[in-house]
Design a protein around this ligand. Structure first.
Ligand SMILES: [Zn+2]
Length: 316
């Protein structure tokens, strides 16, 4: 970590920009306006008349200029790239997450700007809709619903989870990777479309005894459930271990950690889930170290500008 802090990308804007360029454009520069990737039709603009890092697209119908941050979560930000990269490394290296207050104090930028930066970085951690299905070739996929935090405006009752946010998590046992979703409630209407879209029909589905999985389970090559109400958590069938313990231990961890984000509003929950899933899916045990994880996140910044506030917002 000491060596990492000495890295010029946290001190020098040119070093920071070149670090980002090497990752976003790992396969060569691409014009974000027209998609031109012909290196002979892209010119670097040099000299005093230009900001550093500006390129000119020479595609006749385009002719626009761009930098590496156009069409990324960093676009139009007034925060120096050195600070963005410091926040990126802090978030990817903190196993349990890091608060906006802490990052604000460490980087010396306003709390409000830090909060926005961190949400944009979470957005970059969110995986798009083009992922291959889980449980291909008959692999086991564990499915679990968990309840987190407190819904705004819903009274807390002594029992039940009606006042909490519902999160559905899926775990592919072969890859060790997870996907989490914030759903309105744990009903077939909410859960089935997510399960169908993310899990291969060849998969071996493993759930608890919840009724929502009765019919849905029949759509997969095999479905087994463990009966938590009767204290059954693990069952063996030959070489197959039937359990949802793996995904549940992840859910417990995630719920505990989300507790530290005390003001996690419902509308942002999906982004916190993306942050936890991202770190879990890029963890040391899967051979991903801190540097690899930062590289992975840098690649994720493209094409994900946040739109929940005015897209042209330029004060952060
Ligand atoms: Zn272009």
């Amino acid at each position: 970590m000491t060596d990492l802090l000495k890295n010029p990308i946290f001190q020098d804007e040119t070093a920071a920009r070149e670090w980002l360029e090497a990752r976003v454009w790992a396969n060569g520069r691409v014009c974000p306006h027209c998609g031109n990737a012909d290196q002979e039709k892209i010119t670097k603009l040099e000299g005093k008349a230009h900001r550093p890092g500006v390129y000119q697209c020479n595609e006749p119908d385009c002719r626009q200029q761009f930098t590496v941050t156009v069409n990324t979560v960093f676009e139009r930000s007034k925060i120096p790239l050195t600070k963005w990269l410091a926040a990126l490394f802090l978030m990817t290296a903190s196993k349990k997450g890091i608060s906006a207050h802490q990052v604000h104090r460490m980087l010396g930028i306003s709390y409000k700007s830090t909060w926005f930066m961190m949400h944009r970085l979470r957005e970059a951690m969110r995986v798009g809709g083009l992922m291959p299905p889980m449980g291909e070739e008959g692999g086991a996929v564990e499915v679990d619903e968990t309840y987190i935090g407190r819904l705004q405006g819903v009274k807390k009752k002594r029992a039940g989870a009606a006042h909490k946010n519902t999160v559905l998590s899926l775990l592919d046992r072969k890859t060790g990777k997870v996907r989490s979703f914030h759903v309105a409630n744990a009903t077939v209407n909410e859960v089935a479309p997510i399960v169908r879209a993310n899990i291969s029909k060849e998969a071996h589905l493993m759930t608890d005894q919840a009724k929502i999985y009765l019919r849905l389970g029949a759509e997969f090559s095999r479905h087994d459930s463990v009966n938590h109400q009767e204290d059954e958590y693990v069952r063996r069938d030959g070489d197959t271990v039937i359990t949802t313990n793996t995904i549940e231990s992840y859910s417990v961890f995630k719920r505990g950690m989300l507790g530290t984000y005390q003001h996690c509003a419902e509308k942002h929950l999906h982004r916190y889930l993306a942050e936890f899933d991202f770190r879990h899916n890029n963890r040391i045990a899967l051979g991903v170290d801190d540097t690899d994880r930062a590289n992975e996140l840098a690649k994720g910044i493209v094409g994900k500008r946040l739109t929940y506030r005015r897209p042209n917002r330029s004060d952060i």
